[in-house]
Design a binder for this molecule. Structure first.
Ligand SMILES: *Cc1c(COP(=O)(O)O)cnc(C)c1O
Length: 438
């Protein structure tokens, strides 16, 4: 394939990206550091970013709706965060002993998440959910974890599972290298199906916890039906089962207080990541004091990391939360308004062109599905036309709009998008829709 892609208005050369990908494949498995970054025929290679913009190695400009898979709520290189990090770089990057900064960040998290009484800082979201699950098991002395089909909670053994034949079965791993001994302790239930959850919980006495993305952002975007989360909370409470809200996407994104504030639910354990630091490496697991106090060294649930609480990530977290809190009355209404306008417009455009579509959106998150039927869970999400989505993604990219390259991801606004960006994006969607019409 030649590196030159020509469209009606644009001619983009991607020859440098293509060459870099060929080099990458020789030294990096599949050429990428994380699977979703690969897209046919090759991903574009980024040179730099600012605000809502990304530039690739060939000098092309893109308006970013991937935003680090939701991490960059404030946009690329938000000034307060960059200057806080620069200051910290001058005095140290890793000490191997505690700092007052960790207390400051933990207090800021606790203040915004009343369900969290104590919090431990970790590096990645995968570590946070791994620890949350270990805590639930250590606390209850039980084995099984219920997760929901289509929810993503990181890349560790017990979460890399899909439903067996029929729903609410012991999970089957989606990855080689995970013995059945691990996956059999994860029960996979159907999202938005409260009766099924209730029946699984009533039948099984060995449930250590229920983990859920309150808004499912890893199966495209799927919203909880009315009262679904409330009912989930009620049933888990009745049975004394810790409820884990995986708010790695929704935390600080649906509002400073995340999905739990938005829906008025108090989970027992919460995981945070992504927007917590607006683009630095940090995640957190927090929750009820009696559960969190199980952690070593005082407790018997082990979790540890060399880089946890490193001052660079921690000052980024502090500065992010302070900025998001100070500007919350501007940030969240603006994000929602922009997202509403874009989502409504795209959906109308698609309807006008008689393209079967479902547009799910909430707050600053949106995704279009090429499907006839409402997308409410894994099965209905899977019904959508992924081939069409793939073409659609490339038509957007050619016009300088970058959304995640998969139907089963979510697009994200950042606070840095301007009305101009949105106009340009609507034009690009209009054109891309035309191109995939048949
Ligand atoms: C991204 C994500 C994770 C994993 O976080 P990493 O930092 O990639 O390990 C876990 N849960 C949810 C809901 C996520 O979106």
């Amino acid at each position: 394939m030649s590196g030159l892609i020509i469209t009606k208005n644009h001619a983009k050369s991607l020859s440098k990206s293509q060459n870099l990908f060929n080099l990458a494949r020789k030294v990096i498995p599949s050429g990428v550091s994380s699977p979703v970054r690969y897209s046919e025929p090759y991903p574009f290679y980024v040179k730099k970013a600012q605000g809502s913009s990304i530039w690739d190695e060939d000098g092309n400009h893109y308006t970013d709706f991937c935003n680090g898979y939701g991490a960059l709520l404030l946009g690329h290189r938000r000034k307060e965060i960059i200057s806080a990090v620069k200051k910290q770089l001058e005095i140290g990057t890793l000490y191997g002993t505690p700092t007052s900064l960790e207390i400051e960040l933990s207090k800021l998290i606790i203040k915004n998440y009343p369900s969290i009484q104590k919090v431990r800082l970790v590096n990645s979201g995968s570590e946070a959910t791994m620890t949350a699950i270990r805590l639930a098991r250590g606390f209850t002395k039980k084995k099984k974890i219920i997760k929901f089909e289509g929810c993503y909670h990181g890349s560790h053994e017990s979460m890399l599972v899909k439903a067996g034949s029929g729903s609410a079965h012991s999970g089957i791993s989606i990855s080689d290298g995970v013995p059945e001994d691990f996956s059999k302790n994860t029960i996979v239930a159907q999202y938005n199906n409260i009766e099924q959850l209730e029946s699984v919980i009533t039948k099984n006495k060995d449930i250590a916890g229920v983990i859920v993305e309150p808004i499912l952002a890893n199966m495209g975007l799927v919203l909880p039906q009315k009262n679904y989360l409330k009912e989930m909370r009620k049933i888990t409470k009745q049975h004394d089962i810790p409820l884990i809200f995986d708010e790695i996407v929704t935390g600080f994104r649906l509002g400073v207080g995340g999905a739990q504030k938005y829906f008025g639910i108090t989970p027992d354990i919460t995981t945070l990541g992504k927007a917590l630091s607006n683009g630095f490496v940090i995640s957190a697991v927090g929750g009820r004091r009696d559960i969190m106090d199980q952690l070593a060294p005082n407790g018997k649930v082990y979790e540890a990391s060399t880089f946890a609480g490193n001052p660079i990530s921690v000052v980024a977290g502090i500065s992010s939360i302070k900025t998001m809190t100070a500007l919350k009355n501007k940030i969240y209404p603006k994000l929602e308004e922009h997202c509403n306008v874009l989502s409504r417009t795209i959906s109308e455009l698609a309807d006008d062109m008689r393209i079967p579509n479902q547009l799910n959106h909430i707050s600053s998150m949106f995704q279009i599905f090429f499907s006839d039927s409402p997308v409410i869970d894994y099965k209905t999400s899977k019904k959508s036309d992924t081939k069409k989505f793939h073409k659609f993604f490339h038509h957007l990219l050619k016009q300088g709009i970058f959304i995640p390259p998969s139907q089963f991801e979510t697009a994200f606004f950042s606070y840095s998008h301007t009305p101009d960006d949105i106009e340009k994006t609507i034009d690009a969607y209009r054109h891309a829709l035309k191109m995939v019409k048949n």
